[in-house]
Design a protein. Structure first.
Ligand code: GDP
Ligand code: IMO
Ligand code: MG
Length: 432
């Protein structure tokens, strides 16, 4: 078994980009398997900040092959611009075989974004606070079997035009009549694809599932990089304030087309506190000074939309719920340094729902919004920990914070991140 699934355990932005980049030093393959350009994964390579939306976070390692599998929504405009930025920033993508894109990934185009954004502002719709990247409309197309798949982009111009024309007839009807927006031009869309496919053709892979299978059979080290977070899962998150894909670990199997027998570990990337972007209930959210402190110290604004992230304390019932629905075997605790200067750190250990104490996570939005967190307050460590390399060298209060998480979840914290750089990482066991 040489497959490791890496997922976010909260509402996204836990630090998956940094973690996967650090893990990739040991990986042969890194696979993105769901979500799309709604993701923003931040890496810090030799002091330089890099944000990836679609390309797997292993791309800055010379010996790692990156795969975008069929579960992903391919925003081809963002993808081409990301490829260009990476090529310009060094020798990272000089060989196109370092990035392989599944022929059966779902393509998203401008009209998906227009629809997504129109719905967000329509008066008769619930505002979800989406990223506006067209994720919902693109997954809808896949589910209703109308989507353009990556290989469709490479058919002859006439066939492509016909497919686009069919898609646009329905989309434009909605865009014009329901949302009162300007229709999307068939000619412009076609021309955009014809231009972009010249770059994208170098990365086509007919069957990424077979490739991943072969790699796993040969005991190659494969990381599956999740996007978003468990509480944004379409089925198991805080519906309807969720994304349109499954973000739990099982999605890695479906999105990349392999069976569960190859999986050695499920590592949950967990922020030492909690953040959320967009709408939806968030019981441990802090307003006032505490929220502003976390926001400022943690530099909490979105890597994709630039929106301020809402900030709050760590929610242990939510983390235990994530452990259950993902089968989490290990935790990577991120951004511990952000808590360094607090005198006291509250942690939610249970909820009060209509006068009853509950420790199970009330995931349904209607229940969650009525639930009041019950906190245990831990002493802070009030010293800089960003240069510490060993768990034993952390201040006792920081060790106790980590031990509480381990005891409550019954899952070991194997990696602790104390800063955005690769070096600011404390290991407690081997990865593979
Ligand atoms: P992702 O979507 O899960 O990859 O997370 P994002 O990249 O959207 O957001 C995480 C942010 O935290 C990024 O700006 C990272 O550079 C930063 N980050 C990651 N780990 C740490 C850490 O341990 N300490 C600090 N201070 N920042 C971190
Ligand atoms: P990464 O991979 C944080 C949130 C949006 C919104 C909801 C639905 O960087 O952790 P969507 O555009 O997906 O239809 O929006 O999901 N969201 C994220 N929040 N991190 C992300 O990705 C997110 N991707 C989507 O803010 O609340
Ligand atoms: Mg992010």
């Amino acid at each position: 078994m040489s497959g490791i699934i890496v997922i976010g355990s909260q509402w996204g932005d836990e630090g998956k980009g940094k973690a996967v980049d650090v893990f990739s030093a040991e990986a042969d393959y890194v696979v993105r398997y769901q979500g799309g350009s709604n993701a923003g994964h931040t890496l810090n390579i030799k002091g330089q900040k890099k944000v990836l939306h679609l390309i797997p976070s292993g791309i800055f390692h010379q010996n790692t092959t990156c795969i975008i599998s069929s579960g992903v929504i391919l925003d081809i405009e963002t993808l081409v611009s990301e490829i260009k930025t990476i090529k310009e920033s060094g020798n990272y993508l000089n060989n196109p075989s370092k990035l392989l894109i599944s022929d059966s990934a779902t393509v998203s185009l401008h009209y998906h974004k227009v629809l997504d954004q129109a719905r967000e502002t329509a008066s008769n719709n619930t505002k979800l606070g989406t990223t506006g990247k067209g994720i919902g409309p693109a997954y809808e197309d896949r589910a209703s079997r109308k989507a353009l798949l990556f290989y469709d982009l490479f058919t002859d111009e006439e066939t492509l035009k016909e497919k686009l024309s069919k898609a646009l007839s329905e989309k434009n009807f909605l865009i014009e009549n329901l949302y009162k927006k300007k229709p999307i031009s068939l000619k412009d869309t076609l021309n955009q694809i014809l231009t972009l496919r010249e770059e994208l053709k170098h990365y086509r892979c007919q069957d990424t599932a077979f490739l991943i299978y072969k790699a796993l059979k040969e005991n190659k080290k494969v990381l599956f990089e999740g996007a978003q977070g468990s509480l944004l899962d379409l089925f198991h998150g805080t519906y309807p304030y969720v994304t349109s894909s499954n973000t739990v670990s099982g999605s890695a199997l479906i999105g990349s087309g392999i069976g569960p027998g190859f999986i050695k570990k499920v590592i949950a990337i967990t922020k030492a506190y909690t953040t959320r972007v967009g709408e939806g209930p968030f019981p441990t959210e802090c307003s006032g000074e505490e929220g502003a402190f976390l926001q400022k110290t943690g530099e909490e604004w979105g890597a994709t939309t630039g929106r301020m992230r809402r900030c709050g304390w760590l929610d242990l019932p939510a983390l235990k719920y994530a452990v259950r629905i993902n089968g989490i075997t290990h935790l990577a605790l991120m951004k511990m340094d952000v808590l360094s200067h607090l005198k006291e750190i509250p942690v939610c250990t249970a909820y009060n729902l209509n006068g009853k104490i509950i420790s199970d996570y009330p995931v349904h939005s209607s229940k969650l919004s009525l639930s009041k967190p019950i906190y245990k307050t831990l002493p802070g460590w009030q010293q800089d920990i960003s240069n510490i390399k060993k768990f034993e060298d952390l201040p006792t209060a920081a060790q106790d914070y980590i031990k509480l998480i381990q005891e409550e979840t019954n899952v070991p914290v194997d990696m602790i991140s104390v800063g955005p750089s690769r070096e600011a990482t404390i290991w407690r066991s081997q990865l593979f």
